[in-house]
Design a binder for this molecule. Structure first.
Ligand SMILES: NC(=O)c1ccc[n+]([C@@H]2O[C@H](COP(=O)([O-])OP(=O)(O)OC[C@H]3O[C@@H](n4cnc5c(N)ncnc54)[C@H](O)[C@@H]3O)[C@@H](O)[C@H]2O)c1
Ligand SMILES: O=C(O)C(=O)C[C@@H](O)[C@H](O)[C@H](O)COP(=O)(O)O
Ligand SMILES: [Zn+2]
Length: 365
C-alpha cells in the first residue's frame, strides 16, 4: 500500500492506494470518528462492493445506513441530494455523523456536497471505485451537482477525512469508463509534469492492458500531482488550481450540450484538451506536430478526439460563457504555453477560438 498526504494543515488527510483496502479496518477506523455512518453508493456499485463495506463498518461497531442513488451523470442534481438529506433526517443522524462515498466521481461529488451541507457540515470519507475517481475526483474537495444550464454549477469545497483507493475494484470497471479515467491522468502530464507525460507515452500499452504495476504508478503519480496543486491553492483562489481545468471549458460544454451522460466526463475532457492544444497552436505556442503528439497519446488511450458536430461554434460559445473561470464577463481558458506547462489566460482573439470550435476533425491542421 502507498500512502500520500494532501497537506492542508488541520484539514490534511491521507490517500491510501493499494489492493484489497476495503477489507482493512485500519484504513477506516482512524478517519471515521462518528458512530452513525451513511454509506452512499449507486445501483451499479451496490451489488459489487456495498456488502463488504457495510460488514466491515458493522464489525467495527458503527451504526450503518445505506443510500443507493440511481446510476448516471443525469442524476447528479439537487433533487437527489435532497433524498440523502431526507434519509439522514428520518434516521435522526446528528452533526457527529459521517458520510461515506462508495462509487465513481458522481457518487463522490454528490456525497461530498451532501456532507458539506447537512447541518452545515459533517465528516465524509471517499472510497473511489473508478479510475477517474481514484486519480482525480476523490482528492481535493470539489463537491457538487449539475444544473441544466451548466456542469457542476452548484457546489462547495469540502475535504474528505481520507481517500481509500482500492485498486482491486477497478477489475469490474468496463473499458470505456477505464479509458475515461486515463484522460485525467494524461491531463497531469500536459499541465505540469513532462516526465510523467513521457512515462505515459512509454507505458500506455501496459496501462490500457491494466498492468497492475503500471496502474499503481499512474494512480500514485496522478494523486501526487493533484495533492500538490490542491495544497498550494485549495480554493482555486489563484490560477494554480485552475490548471486542473485543462480541456474542461470545452469538455463541460460538450457534456451539457450533448445532455449529461451522453459523453463521459473523461471523454469530453480528452476532446477538450485537444481543442485547447489546437488553440495553443493557433496562438503560435505549440507546433503542429506537438498537437499531433497529444492526439496520438489520447487515441492510444482509446479516447475520442473529435468534438461532436451537433454542437455549433455559437452553441459552444454560449455553454462556455457560463464557465466558473469567467471573470468580469471575460472567458478565461487553460491553454498550453508548451507541453508540460499550462497557463490560464483571457488573452486570445475570439476569431482564433472560433477557428478551433469549427475545426472538427481538422484540429491541429
Ligand atoms: N470533484 C472533482 O474534483 C472531480 C474531478 C473529476 C471529475 N469529477 C466528476 O466526476 C464525474 C465522473 O466520474 P466517473 O468517471 O467516476 O463517473 P461515474 O461516477 O458515473 O462512474 C462511471 C460508471 O462506472 C460505474 N462504476 C463505478 N465503479 C465501478 C466499479 N468498480 N466497477 C464497475 N462499475 C463501476 C458507475 O456506476 C458508472 O456507471 C463527473 O460528474 C465529473 O464532473 C469531479
Ligand atoms: O479539482 C479540480 O480543481 C479540477 O478542476 C478537477 C477536474 O478534473 C474536475 O472535473 C472538476 O470537477 C472540475 O471543476 P469545475 O470547477 O470546473 O467544475
Ligand atoms: Zn475533470
Amino acid at each position: 500500500m502507498q500512502t500520500l498526504t494532501v497537506a492542508l494543515e488541520q484539514r490534511s488527510y491521507p490517500i491510501f492506494i493499494g489492493e484489497n483496502l476495503l477489507s482493512q479496518p485500519a484504513c477506516f477506523k482512524p478517519y471515521l470518528k462518528a458512530k452513525q455512518i451513511l454509506v452512499v453508493t449507486n445501483m451499479t456499485v451496490a451489488p459489487l462492493y456495498l456488502q463488504t463495506v457495510v460488514q466491515l463498518l458493522l464489525g467495527q461497531g458503527y451504526i450503518v445506513q445505506t443510500h443507493i442513488l440511481p446510476d448516471g451523470e443525469q442524476f447528479k442534481d439537487i433533487r437527489h441530494i435532497e433524498g440523502i438529506f431526507t434519509q439522514l433526517l428520518e434516521h435522526r443522524f446528528n452533526r457527529d455523523c459521517a458520510l461515506v462515498a462508495l462509487g465513481g466521481g458522481v457518487v463522490g461529488d454528490m456525497t461530498g456536497f451532501a456532507a458539506a451541507c447537512y447541518q452545515r457540515g459533517v465528516d465524509f470519507l471517499q472510497i473511489p471505485t473508478t479510475l477517474l475517481a481514484q486519480v482525480d475526483s476523490s482528492v481535493g474537495g470539489k463537491t457538487g451537482v449539475n444544473h441544466p444550464l451548466g456542469k457542476n454549477m452548484i457546489g462547495a469545497f469540502k475535504q474528505p477525512t481520507a481517500v481509500l483507493a482500492d485498486t482491486s475494484v477497478l477489475d469490474t470497471l468496463n473499458d470505456r469508463e477505464y479509458a475515461a479515467g486515463l484522460a485525467e491522468v494524461i491531463k497531469y502530464g500536459l499541465i505540469r509534469d513532462l516526465p510523467f507525460l513521457e512515462w505515459l507515452e512509454q507505458n500506455m500499452a501496459g496501462l490500457v492492458a491494466r498492468d497492475k504495476r503500471c496502474l499503481a504508478e499512474a494512480i500514485a503519480r496522478s494523486c501526487q500531482n493533484k495533492a500538490d496543486v490542491v495544497a498550494a491553492d485549495e480554493l482555486e483562489a489563484n490560477d494554480l488550481r485552475a490548471l486542473l481545468n485543462l480541456g474542461h471549458t470545452f469538455g463541460h460544454a460538450i457534456e451539457t450540450g450533448m445532455g449529461y451522460g451522453e459523453w463521459l466526463h473523461g471523454e469530453a475532457v480528452a476532446t477538450g484538451m485537444l481543442m485547447a492544444a489546437d488553440l495553443s497552436w493557433r496562438l503560435g505556442w505549440l507546433q503542429a506536430q506537438e498537437v499531433e503528439r497529444i492526439k496520438r497519446l489520447l487515441v492510444s488511450a482509446n479516447l475520442p478526439v473529435v468534438p461532436p458536430a451537433t454542437i455549433s461554434p455559437s452553441q459552444f460559445l454560449a455553454y462556455m460563457a457560463v464557465d466558473k473561470k469567467v471573470l468580469a464577463g471575460k472567458l478565461r481558458l487553460v491553454l498550453l504555453e508548451r507541453i508540460g506547462h499550462a497557463i490560464v489566460t483571457a488573452d486570445f482573439p475570439l476569431a482564433l477560438l472560433e477557428q478551433t470550435l469549427a475545426a472538427g476533425t481538422e484540429l491541429g491542421r
